[in-house]
Design a protein around this ligand. Structure first.
Ligand code: NAD
Length: 264
C-alpha cells in the first residue's frame, strides 16, 4: 500500500535525534506521502532536528518548549498561517528529573512531580486543544506512553504516575473531540534505547529483560512504532479512538518471566 497519507499535513513534536521514537514515526508518515512540520526544544536540539526535517522535505521547523505556553501558542499560530489547518499531531514528549527515576517512588519531590506532570501529561491536553481548533475536517492525534502506567516498573516511579494520567487524558480528549471527527489515541511502546529512555536507572537491564521475556523474544524498534503510528494517524483506523495500543512484542500480556528453564 502506498500514499496512505497523501494530502495530509501534520506536526511532529519530540524529535531529539535520529534515535527518537518521533523520528521513526516521521519517516513512516513521510514514506506514505505526509507533509510534515517539526518542533524542537531549544537550539541544542534545533541543530539536530533541522537536518532531519530536511531529509523528509519539511520546511516548517519551529521552536517549542511546552513549559513556556507562549511557544505552544506560537507553534500553532505558525501552522495556521502556513497551512490554514492540520490533519494530525504526534506528541512524543516526556521529562522527569533523572535523580528521581531511581530509588523509591515515595521520595518524589513536589517540585519534580508537578514538572513531570506538566511536561509529560498536561502538555498533551494543551496541544490537543490547539490542534483541534485547526482540524476543521476532523483529524487524528497520538501520544506515547509506557506500561509503567498500569504496572510497577523498577525506577520508572513518577513517570509511571504521569503516564497513567496521560492515558486517562487520551480517553477524556477522545470523548471531547469524537463528535468533531477527531480521534485521540496512544501507543504504549516497549523499551527503546533513546535519550529519554536512558534517563531511567538500569534501563539496560529492563531492555534485556523484556528482550528475553516478551512473547516475540525481541524488543521493538522506532520503525515498529512508526508502522503502528501510521495506522493510527491514517484513515485505516477511522473507527478507533481512546485506545492505548501496545507495541511491545507482546510483553504486557505476560504474567511471569518466560525463562526457558520454567518451560515443561
Ligand atoms: P527522546 O529523548 O528522543 O524524546 C523525548 C523528547 O521530549 C525530546 O525530543 C525532548 O526534546 C522532548 N521534551 C522534553 N521536555 C520537553 C519540553 N519541556 N518541551 C518540549 N519538548 C520536550 O526519547 P523517546 O524515547 O523517543 O521519547 C518520546 C516519548 O516516548 C516520551 O513520551 C517517552 O516517555 C515515550 N516512551 C519512550 C519509551 C522508550 O523506551 N524510549 C517507551 C515508551 C514510551
Amino acid at each position: 500500500m502506498s500514499g496512505l497519507m497523501t494530502g495530509k499535513r501534520g506536526l511532529i513534536m519530540g524529535v531529539a535525534n535520529d534515535h527518537s521514537i518521533a523520528w521513526g514515526i516521521a519517516q513512516a508518515l513521510h514514506a506514505q506521502g505526509a507533509e510534515l512540520a517539526f518542533t524542537y526544544q531549544g537550539e541544542g536540539f534545533g541543530k539536530r532536528v533541522r537536518p532531519l526535517a530536511e531529509k523528509v522535505g519539511a520546511d516548517l521547523v519551529i521552536p517549542c518548549d511546552v513549559e513556556a505556553i507562549e511557544t505552544v501558542d506560537s507553534t500553532f499560530d505558525t501552522i495556521e498561517q502556513a497551512w490554514g489547518g492540520i490533519d494530525f499531531v504526534v506528541h512524543a514528549i516526556g521529562f522527569s528529573d533523572r535523580n528521581e527515576l531511581k530509588g523509591l517512588y515515595a521520595d518524589t519531590t513536589r517540585a519534580n512531580f508537578s514538572r513531570t506532570m506538566v511536561i509529560s501529561c498536561f502538555s498533551f491536553t494543551e496541544i490537543a486543544k490547539r490542534a483541534a481548533n485547526l482540524m476543521k475536517d476532523g483529524g487524528s492525534m497520538i501520544t506515547l506512553t509506557y506500561a509503567g502506567s498500569t504496572r510497577v516498573m523498577p525506577n520508572y516511579n513518577v513517570m509511571g504516575v504521569a503516564k497513567a494520567a496521560l492515558e486517562a487524558s487520551v480517553r477524556y480528549l477522545a470523548a471531547d473531540y469524537g463528535q468533531d471527527g477527531i480521534r485521540v489515541n496512544a501507543i504504549s511502546a516497549g523499551p527503546i534505547r533513546t535519550l529519554a529512555g536512558s534517563g531511567v536507572a538500569n534501563a539496560r537491564e529492563m531492555y534485556n529483560f523484556q528482550q528475553r521475556n516478551s512473547p516475540m523474544r525481541r524488543t521493538v524498534t522506532i520503525d515498529d512504532v512508526g508502522g503502528s503510528a501510521l495506522y493510527l494517524l491514517s484513515d485505516l483506523s477511522n473507527g478507533v479512538t481512546g485506545e492505548i495500543h501496545y507495541v511491545d512484542s507482546g510483553y504486557h500480556i505476560t504474567s511471569m518471566p518466560i525463562i526457558e528453564e520454567l518451560k515443561n
